[in-house]
Design a protein around this ligand. Structure first.
Ligand SMILES: Cc1ncc(C[n+]2csc(CCOP(=O)(O)OP(=O)(O)O)c2C)c(N)n1
Length: 326
């Protein structure tokens, strides 16, 4: 179930109903993990920081479903959806969050998101905000030098967009026409700073013109719209025409991390209600019985993954030197 959409030949133009159903499946799978982690962290606490992506699932699912299996992905720190939709198993992702040996980094992770799966093109993320830009540009340079048919998707938040590394990487990527899609998940908050306190313009996409690349704003609650905008950018990159910037406007429903008291904010009630819920928007395009069945399957998948992960041993001292080059 997990690999089909990311492995789908993007651009093959699936029928509208089939596409909506595929997107619904991925959005509800991400949502099920979000709700599960929300419950778990509240009940048991968490040895680290869980940065919830509740309500932002349409950006992650829509954009990743515009990629092919062989394309590369550098994800942002909010949620598990990017890697899940690219094909990683929920056990591998939760295993990393909980520091278990069955996680994709074999028990070296724990407390935050550091999944990798080179075979699926999931190349990770940089722990310092903004390092994704240069890592992505580096991966895209390798693609160009090796003459490969791949595209790199680099996700980042509105806060990360302020890092100087964005300028360096965006400039060089455009000059060299690197196969990159820059995907900004603008959820309106950079930790406790509202977007209006960090940007002189309403849209980050406007910055694209300085680098001679297209910049588009898309409704981040509408998975179909996100996929369409990302697909156009991916096709452009694949054709050798260089990078594009896609800015998906979304909303951070929960705290910066689960447990954040959010004293700095009064724009939204503390809860699990998602305004302009991407699931509800997609539900208008899919048969109710099928949507219900996908919801049930997603909840069962998430529960089974957590159960399996909690039964796994934690990584001990022996894992520290595993997978180390020298
Ligand atoms: C260089 C650096 N500074 C600060 C941090 C701590 N930090 C992690 S996420 C975050 C907020 C990022 O905001 P944004 O990019 O808008 O993404 P969002 O959290 O809203 O998804 C901060 C300040 C970090 N990881 N790296």
């Amino acid at each position: 179930m997990s690999t089909k959409t990311a492995k789908e030949e993007a651009g093959a133009a699936p029928a509208e109903g089939a596409l909506a159903l595929d997107l619904y499946r991925e959005v509800t799978r991400i949502r099920a993990l979000e709700l599960l982690l929300n419950r778990y962290v509240k009940e048991h606490g968490f040895g680290g920081f869980w940065h919830p992506g509740l309500g932002q699932e349409a950006v992650q699912a829509g954009a990743v479903m515009a990629l092919r299996h062989e394309d590369y992905l550098f994800y942002a720190h909010r949620g598990l959806g990017y890697a899940l939709v690219k094909g990683m198993a929920p056990e591998a992702l939760l295993g990393d969050l909980f520091g278990r040996v069955g996680g994709s980094v074999g028990g070296k992770g724990g407390g935050t998101v550091h999944f990798v799966d080179p075979e699926l093109g999931v190349l990770g993320q940089g722990g310092t905000l903004g390092s994704n830009f240069v890592l992505g540009a580096g991966a895209a340079t390798s693609i160009q030098l090796l003459g490969e048919d791949r595209v790199v998707a680099v996700f980042f938040g509105d806060g990360a967009a302020a890092r100087g590394t964005f300028h360096e990487a965006a400039l060089q990527a455009s000059v060299w026409k690197l196969p990159i899609v820059w995907i900004c998940e603008n959820n309106g908050w950079h930790l406790s700073a509202p977007f209006s306190a960090q940007s002189p313009t309403e849209d980050i996409a406007e910055r694209a013109s300085a680098y001679g690349m297209p910049g588009v704003v898309v409704d981040g609650q509408d998975a179909i719209a996100v996929r369409e905008a990302t697909l156009a950018a991916v096709e452009r990159a694949r054709a050798g025409e260089g990078p594009s910037l896609v800015e998906a406007k979304t909303l951070r429903i929960r705290g910066h991390y689960e447990g954040d008291p959010q004293k700095y904010r009064d724009d939204i009630a503390d809860g699990l209600e998602v305004p302009r819920d991407p699931l509800k928007i997609l539900r208008e395009r899919v048969p109710e019985a099928e949507a219900d069945a996908l919801d049930a399957a997603a909840a069962a998948e998430a529960d089974a993954a957590l159960e399996a992960v909690l039964a796994m041993p934690k990584g001990g001292a022996e894992v520290v030197t595993q997978g180390v080059w020298s």
